[in-house]
Ligand binder design. Structure first.
Ligand SMILES: NC(=O)c1ccc[n+]([C@@H]2O[C@H](COP(=O)([O-])OP(=O)(O)OC[C@H]3O[C@@H](n4cnc5c(N)ncnc54)[C@H](OP(=O)(O)O)[C@@H]3O)[C@@H](O)[C@H]2O)c1
Length: 292
């Protein structure tokens, strides 16, 4: 018997992940803060819940893909939240990128009601969500990971169990730290290169033929070369993750001077009105600073 899935959060990622669940045959209900966004999935056969509680009441597992910790607080702990409908055997799969502490708090609250939570932050961006090729990293009980594997494999191609609840969130934040450095390095290099009369295509050709090649550079470097800043992952959300990582590092007494500096560049992008654009748009801040 396939689990009945309730999906909360139909943004860039969630709308595509939910569609994959529907297309792979899971009975699906959806909830989104802005109800209008439920319509395409309702047209495709999903039920629509009026509140997170209603969503959880009709589901064996609720999958969450919302923006940030504040959204998860609302989804889970509000009066009409998921927690109010949690009961023995109920499962909650958190795919949003949030703090390890919040992830643990959600799991603890659900466990007091005989339910369980698995954190499963994802990577693979909008294209991975669309194609169902996300990589999921999980934190929580191994048995819950195994139990929810069929649901996860409807949205991705691999799920790696990282450890106890909270630890997968740390791994996810490490991943987005690496992305921050790669993007900053790429953008700073492209701006200096442009100043020196080099085209992005030439720079990328050399980068991709070298030992420091990464598919990430063709993905984001290609977008910058085309001036295509259509959002796959917004600057607002990456700054959220940079802040979460710096908080975690602070709590662990680990310095992150590089990330702290890079966050200021991305923060400038928000200040200049690019927060909703793709993270590649950070190049515009560096271009302006260089007088381009
Ligand atoms: N985009 C990526 O490449 C990517 C990759 C991996 C992980 N992630 C993570 O996945 C999550 C979703 O990302 P996304 O790109 O899909 O974001 P998005 O397009 O901005 O969608 C955000 C979703 O969260 C909902 N939301 C925001 N604030 C809320 C609140 N206070 N209460 C309830 N719902 C709220 C939004 O509802 P409304 O429709 O009402 O605004 C929307 O459904 C984030 O945690 C992000 O960091 C994203």
């Amino acid at each position: 018997m396939q689990k009945r899935v309730g999906f909360a959060g139909l943004g860039l990622m969630g709308s595509r992940m939910a569609r994959n669940l529907l297309e792979k045959g899971f009975p699906l209900a959806v909830w989104n803060r802005t109800a209008e966004r439920c319509r395409p999935l309702a047209d495709a056969g999903a039920q629509v819940a009026r509140t997170p509680r209603e969503l959880a009441e009709g589901a064996d597992v609720v999958v969450s893909c919302v923006a940030d910790p504040a959204a998860v607080e609302r989804l889970v702990f509000a009066e009409d939240g998921v927690l109010s409908a949690a009961r023995a055997g109920f499962r909650y799969l958190e795919t949003s990128t949030i703090s390890p502490d919040l992830s643990r708090r959600v799991a603890e609250a659900l466990r007091t009601r005989g339910a369980d939570a698995l954190e499963a932050p994802v990577t693979g961006s909008r294209i991975g969500a669309e194609r169902g090729t996300l990589l999921l990293m999980t934190g929580g009980r191994k048995e819950t990971h195994e139990e929810l594997l069929p649901v996860m494999m409807a949205m991705g191609t691999k799920a790696i169990h990282c450890g106890e609840i909270g630890q997968a969130s740390v791994v996810k934040l490490i991943g987005n730290t690496i992305i921050s450095f790669m993007l900053e390095g790429l953008c700073e290099g492209l701006v200096v290169g442009r100043r020196a009369g080099l085209s992005p295509e030439t720079i990328l050709e050399v980068v991709m033929a070298s030992g420091f090649a990464s598919p990430y550079f063709t993905f984001k470097g290609g977008a910058i070369a085309r001036r295509d800043f259509d959002t796959h992952f917004s600057i607002d959300l990456l700054v959220k993750d940079q802040g979460l990582m710096l908080d975690e590092a602070g709590a662990r007494k680990a310095p992150m001077p590089g990330l702290a500096a890079i966050r200021e560049v991305f923060q400038s992008a928000r200040g200049q009105g690019f927060g909703g654009e793709d993270i590649a748009a950070v190049v515009k801040v560096l271009e302006r600073a260089a007088g381009l």
